[in-house]
Design a protein around this ligand. Sequence first.
Ligand SMILES: [Zn+2]
Length: 299
Amino acid sequence: MKTDLSLADFTTGLTDLLLPRRCLVCGSVLALHEKHLCINCLADLPRTGFSNLSHNQMADRFNSMVQEGEYCFATALFFYRASTGYRKITQSLKYGFDIKAGRYFSGRLGKEMASSVLYRDVDAVIPVPLHWTRRWTRGYNQAEVIAGELAVSLDARLRNDILFRVRRTRSQATLAVGDKGRNVEGAFRVRRNRIRDVASYSHILLVDDVFTTGATLYSCYSALRPCTAARISVATLAAVEGTPSAPPGPSLPPSSSSSSSPNSPASSNSPPLSGSSSELSLANKTGRICTPPEPGDLT
Ligand SMILES: [Zn+2]
């Protein structure tokens, strides 16, 4: 009788004897072929099923904040429920340095997205940046770990060099829903020497670990939008269920000088801004300029 036990399995089995791997959710000891979750917790993973739905509760919540551009697709692997052990999946990545598990679950999300027609044309994956001081103390950016796996799955470019965080913000997890939007408002900018790159993409995917109100992703979206007419979609490992009050809408003034309707979708997927070197030419329809002076480009 042929055995399928590989050298890797043998090594894992040996390591398990010394230091048993445990299920992230229920803590039970994992069997040889189980990865990060036991078979029962994996079966019960509260999947969102959003990857094949252009309209879903996460996308609707995000699009309710968006004033212009094409409809944003949005997806997450599973529902974040504070009362269940599944929250430990994102917590272990963010606070427990469990990058291996983060990659594993991101890979599962990437597989889902790669088989969905909605995300086939994604050509750039951009993680929500950490402030350089936080990245330095943590040693890595959890959104970048997720984005890296999604970029591989979608055969797109990982661009962690486009956005930067202008200032340190308080942890969103510690804030009331209504304060989250204000906390990250204007916190991100596009690097000036990456504006042309942003304009060249047709479908950008913004990535974070957890979607709660969408305020952080929306702040990133607001930084990118004036630079491109591309579709900008969002993906996270987990999404909070329900409909928390949306954070304050865009802080931009109603744009009295604008001639365009704030809700009018972009007329084309092609970047309209290519071929110009003037920063003024990067002003979008509302008259906003893509990237203001950036004294705080710290990384
Ligand atoms: Zn379990």
